[in-house]
Structure formats: structure tokens, C-alpha cells
Ligand binder design. Structure first.
Ligand code: TYD
Length: 268
């Protein structure tokens, strides 16, 4: 993993082009220096609305314009910088304690945020003055940047649920389940969040997405021996969080996310 300075920075993700469209991927602790715990996406933002306007005490995040464009205005406690995001193969990495506002959303834009923490209201700092005061007295926790964090085998670095690979390989079509995903709607747009072991029944190691797919093309057409996937039509892009393996309990809710427990032939 590259050395990451503790500052806001643009990170380039791999981009795989072919005549069936484009695919980009970001892997936990690879292109970004944190382990994925949650991803959410912001959509249907009316023109002129803002999102964010807060900092996080502990959350690392990477923000991607999956579709359309928007700006991220970042304050590090001393100075402010505006990043224009409009390409889905670039992410804006933000360490904790950066005040951020998202604005200037284009029509039909889609902002993907991948986060290192579960959703915790207490992690938010809403007031900019309070943030600047806290930032001036803040020292980063060395652990957050320790190189061994990248390779450490911690208990939650494996997938949740019984790791019964035999059972997963015997999964049938009934184990591929459409799941309800939450939608938090307000005047400034909508947000849907997937958290490891919660809405998503495995530990996400990788998120890849398909975009600019010409009409009539197919993607996929293969099976994975061990990889669980959750397929989401987040908008024009198909978002596909994946993990290397393991099992899940049966879920019966309907809508939005299609969980494939591995060993399934998928074509989209
Ligand atoms: P918020 O973080 O304020 O959105 P933004 O920073 O984009 O303006 O969250 C908006 C709503 O969504 C809020 O009611 C809490 C809910 N929410 C979750 O339930 N889980 C999540 O992971 C996130 C990010 C938000």
C-alpha cells in the first residue's frame, strides 16, 4: 500500500476499459489506508443543495463521483480547498478531522462514500468553529496509520456468519436474495447505506462499479468460487461490494440489493 500522508488527497483507482464499458475498483486497505466498514451513496440531490457540512472524529472516508459531478469543500482546521469530482476512477481520501461540505451537484449525480466506521452520530462534529477548536488540540492516533494495520488479521477482517464454505458452494438460486436497503430521504436528497454485518451480510473487501456501459451489452457471465457479492443498481452505475468468501443466513426482504453468496453464475 502506498504511504499515505494524513491529509485530504485525490487517489486514482484502476480503470478497466473494454467495448462493454468501464469498470473501476477500490480495495480495502489497498488504494486507501483503511478497512471498509460501510459504504453509502447520495443521490437525487436537487440543484443548489448542500450535503455534509460536518467533520468526523474517527472516520476515514473516500468520496467518489460515480455519476455526474459535485464539489467537495474541505477545511483542515487551517485552510480550505475545493475539489471538483467528476470522474468515477478518482476518489477523494479524507482522514478523520476534516470538515467537509459537498455542493454544486449536477443533475443525476451520484456520490459514493466508503467509510472506515459504522454509522455513529457521536462521530459527527457539526459546528465549524467547534471543529477548528478541536482540530488545533488534536493528535492523530498512531494506530490509524500504522503499516501493520494493512496486513493485520483482526477478528473482523474475516466475514461474519458461519464460515462454512461447503454450505456456500451448495447454495441454490433461493440463496440469492433481493434485500431491502434503507433510504434516508430529505429535502437535500437521498442516502442509502450498507454496513458490514448489518445491511450487508459479509465483510466488504472490495467495491467495484460498472459505468458507461453501451446499451445492450452484458457484463459478468461468470461465477466466483468463493466471493460473496451484493449487486446494487445505484443509478447508471452498478455497484458491487464483494468479499472473498463465506456464508450468510437467509434473508427474505425484497428490493434493491441482490446478494450472491458465491458459486453463482451472474450476468448483468
Ligand atoms: P448525513 O450524514 O447527515 O448526510 P450528509 O452528510 O450527506 O448530509 O445523514 C443523513 C441521514 O442519513 C441521517 O438521518 C442519518 C442517516 N444515515 C444513516 O442512517 N446511516 C449512514 O451511514 C449515514 C451516512 C446516514
Amino acid at each position: 500500500m502506498p504511504i499515505f500522508e494524513e491529509k485530504a488527497q485525490i487517489v486514482q483507482f484502476p480503470k478497466f476499459l473494454d467495448e462493454r464499458g468501464n469498470l473501476s475498483v477500490v480495495e480495502s486497505q489497498k488504494q486507501v489506508p483503511f478497512r471498509f466498514r460501510r459504504c453509502y451513496w447520495i443521490y437525487d440531490v436537487p440543484g443548489g443543495e448542500l450535503r455534509g457540512s460536518h467533520a468526523f472524529k474517527n472516520q476515514h472516508e473516500v468520496i467518489v463521483a460515480l455519476s455526474g459531478s459535485f464539489d467537495a469543500v474541505i477545511h483542515d482546521g487551517k485552510e480550505e480547498k475545493r475539489y471538483s469530482l467528476s470522474r468515477s476512477y478518482y476518489g477523494l481520501y479524507l482522514p478523520p478531522m476534516h470538515y467537509r461540505t459537498l455542493d454544486n451537484f449536477s443533475t443525476n449525480s451520484l456520490a459514493l462514500v466508503i467509510s472506515s466506521t459504522p454509522y455513529e452520530e457521536d462521530d459527527y462534529i457539526w459546528e465549524r468553529d467547534e471543529f477548528c477548536r478541536m482540530k488545533s488540540a488534536w493528535t492523530p492516533t498512531p494506530l490509524q496509520y500504522a503499516p501493520e494495520a494493512a496486513s493485520a488479521k483482526s477478528p473482523d477482517s474475516v466475514c461474519v456468519g458461519a464460515p462454512d464454505i461447503g454450505a456456500v458452494k451448495a447454495a441454490t438460486i433461493d440463496d440469492c436474495v433481493l434485500m431491502t436497503l434503507p433510504r434516508h430521504s430529505e429535502r437535500s436528497g437521498s442516502l442509502t447505506s450498507l454496513e458490514n454485518s448489518k445491511e450487508i451480510p459479509f465483510d466488504v473487501k472490495r467495491i467495484f462499479y460498472l459505468y458507461d456501459i453501451p446499451g445492450g451489452e452484458n457484463r459478468g457471465g461468470h461465477a466466483h468460487k468463493e466471493c460473496h457479492q451484493m449487486l446494487v443498481a445505484a443509478s447508471g452505475a452498478v455497484l458491487r461490494p464483494a468479499c472473498p468468501a463465506r456464508s450468510l443466513g437467509r434473508r427474505t426482504e425484497l428490493l434493491f440489493g441482490l446478494h450472491l453468496p458465491g458459486a453463482d453464475l451472474a450476468r448483468v
